[in-house]
Design a protein around this ligand. Sequence first.
Ligand code: PEP
Length: 262
Amino acid sequence: MRRFFVAGNWKMNETVAEAETLVKALLPELEKYESVDKAVCPSYLAVPAVAGLCKGSSLKVGAQNLFWEESGAFTAEVAPKMVAELCDYVIVGHSERRKYFGETDETVNRRLKAALGAGLLVIVCVGETLEENEAGQTEAVVTRQLRQGLADITPEQADSITIAYEPVWAIGTGRAATPEDANHVHKDVIRPLLVEMFGKERAESMRIQYGGSIKPNNAAELFAMSDIDGGLVGGASLKADSFVEIIKAAAMVTIIIEESEA
Ligand code: PEP
């Protein structure tokens, strides 16, 4: 049975106090949608407060990045075991990390291995820029990012990985990919590559989120596509009502799928 996974990436937003207010507004609402896996990813500083509030609830907590070394002289970095103390999830390879902070496929791979080693569930982000898209390079870029980012990962480890396909031109622009275009990349590019790397059964159970301007008004049509297994949500996760609406859309699509399969 398909189970959607929707995660909110708060990016560099929400002070600790604001994060607490937001999560307190989310918790009673989100508990209604138990058929959907859900997480929020606050800034590191807000993680302890948010993790404390979410304890015992179905809302999981993720970090937005981590470093691959275990400890030592790496000023301002956060080690895998530090993240794992408080978080279930971590995001690696977000396009903003790639664009502004020198993230490469190789460093994504190092972070991924370290995160898995610490027992974290990992959201690995891939996606092409506007120039790459317009040059017809989407497939080549996503394939390279996945092959290199997921290098040396075993099929067993793949169970702990979610892929987030986030076309860079759709992030924060209000211009989401069409459900058909996004699903094409999920179904015809990412899924077959996962099959090749991890085998059919595992690849089919791995979740591929779409990310890029998901809003309450487009979430259901995206989630209704065959290979879109949830979403990574930026801007719309910063408002309790819009994030709840997106989770609700995933729950509604779950019911529709269940009914069609019954
Ligand atoms: C993101 O940051 O991962 C994202 C998808 O942002 P937005 O929803 O604002 O486009």
